[in-house]
Design a protein around this ligand. Structure first.
Ligand SMILES: Nc1ncnc2c1ncn2[C@@H]1O[C@H](COP(=O)(O)OP(=O)(O)OP(=O)(O)O)[C@@H](O)[C@H]1O
Length: 424
């Protein structure tokens, strides 16, 4: 049996009363790479930080080798997306920092730091400062700084997403060959990512997180030999499956009949982007493979998914089996003249987008005028301040396009369009 290193049991986390993680249970074992895959806001970073012991759970427990955490997890080290290096320290000093904090004496500290620098391909850069290095080299320092601690579990929070495509691919491959060659001074890896292909390239198991609040949707084993071939049919089938899991409905978490604006936030997309997606699906015969159009458009999943979510929310497309299919309304929306298309959009937004529906109903009851600040106050109960403002901005964009209501920033007034049908 594999060594159990970390167990997370029924962990929930709320910030200011707002739930972000809901009863997460998982185990990290020696010898495996686990990917936590989810879209933006599904609580991946929060979960990773909870595993690292950097933030305490609101409920539930995290254990390292059976011992419940009481502060930082002694069996982990973290690699951050933003590198998080000390700019005033050289590469060598940055790598030594964690060992110094552990009280390792100067001589062994230096020896271990030099060995980690060597392992990760930073030889010759010992006395450079972070600002002299490229992004890829800075992240190598990030890896060396974590690996020098020889943690049982290496935690990585989107470590490649700030790098250009080629640098990221190169660094990923090097890490995988170190892992395969058993030169990695750690027993397990847990990586947070929103990139499906990255998850399939690296992981032995992919844990798919859903949002609002973050919960485990599925666990998908990746039983492929390394190095993995992106072009193999089994690789593509797994990517399709994960796309489906990230975009499809969750049968065991039924939507409330009338979802509230906080339970179903508006995806952050403009009407232009949304119309563009629907047009592409129509131009390709009304049905497309999601991974294909993501690749064709050179989109990251995080760029594409909000568009897919918005089009699904508005009933313009449906997602099944990794495919995106145009609905009847979606077809009319994209082929009708502009006025008809706006009318269709207005009806769909009013009936299916919870915040737009809420604003329309409130305007109908208030003789067509309301202060936007009223909605902002209500939204702040369910969202962080910046997210609340973003929700209102999206609703205004959609409402304006559908000629349902307008917003005057000078008076902070939302005003119903006199010709709009605000209630179905
Ligand atoms: N310290 C905090 N205080 C308040 N809210 C927070 C805090 N940290 C995270 N959140 C909120 O928790 C939610 C989940 O955030 P988290 O960063 O864990 O998600 P994520 O899946 O990693 O997203 P991303 O890919 O965008 O980083 C977000 O709504 C975020 O605003």
């Amino acid at each position: 049996m594999q060594d159990s290193l970390i167990t997370v049991e029924k962990v929930s986390k709320s910030f200011d009363g707002r739930p972000v993680l809901d009863e997460i249970t998982l185990e990290l074992k020696a010898g495996e790479i686990v990917a936590l895959l989810g879209r933006s806001g599904s609580g991946k970073s929060t979960l990773l930080r909870t595993i690292a012991g950097l933030i305490p759970p609101t409920h539930g427990t995290v254990r390292y080798r059976g011992q419940e955490l009481n502060g930082a997890n002694p069996g982990t080290a973290m690699v951050f997306q933003s590198f998080a290096l000390m700019p005033w320290l050289t590469v060598l000093d940055n790598v030594e920092l964690g060992l110094a904090a552990q009280g390792v004496p100067a001589k062994p500290r230096r020896e271990r730091a030099l060995a980690a620098i060597d392992l990760i391909g930073l030889d010759g850069f010992e006395s450079a400062y972070p600002k002299e290095l490229s992004g890829g080299m800075r992240q190598r320092v990030g890896f060396a700084r974590a690996l020098v601690l020889e943690p049982d579990v290496l935690l990585m929070d989107e470590p490649f997403s700030a790098l250009d495509v080629l640098t990221a691919e190169n660094l990923r491959n090097e890490l995988m060959s170190l892992w395969a060659g058993q030169k990695f001074p750690t027993k397990a890896v847990c990586i947070v990512t929103h990139n499906i292909e990255e998850a399939v390239l690296l992981a032995d198991r992919v844990i798919v997180l859903g949002a609002n609040p973050g919960h485990i949707r599925a666990e998908v084993p990746v039983d492929l030999d390394r190095p993995r071939d992106r072009k193999s049919p089994t690789f593509a089938a797994l990517v399709d499956k994960l796309y489906d899991l990230l975009t499809g409905r969750e049968p065991d978490r039924p939507e409330p009949a009338e979802a509230t604006p906080t339970a179903r936030p508006l995806p952050a997309v403009s009407v232009g982007g949304l119309a563009g997606l629907v047009e592409i699906v129509h131009a390709r015969g009304g049905r497309v493979d999601l991974p294909d159009i993501a690749a064709d458009l050179n989109f990251e999943i995080d760029d594409l998914l909000p568009l897919v979510d918005a089009a699904t929310m508005l009933g313009l497309v449906e997602v099944t089996g990794g495919d995106l299919a145009l609905t009847g309304v979606g077809k009319d929306f994209t082929t009708a003249d502009i006025q008809r298309s706006k009318e269709l959009f207005a009806a769909q937004a009013r009936d299916r987008a919870p915040l737009v529906r809420t604003i329309c109903r409130a305007l109908a009851r208030a003789d067509g005028h309301l202060r936007a600040g009223f909605f902002l106050d209500v939204l702040r109960r369910g969202f962080a301040a910046a997210d609340a403002q973003q929700q209102l901005d999206i609703a205004v964009d959609w409402g304006r396009y559908g000629e349902l209501f307008d917003y005057d920033a000078g008076t902070d007034q939302l005003t119903a369009d006199p010709a709009a049908k605000l209630v179905a």
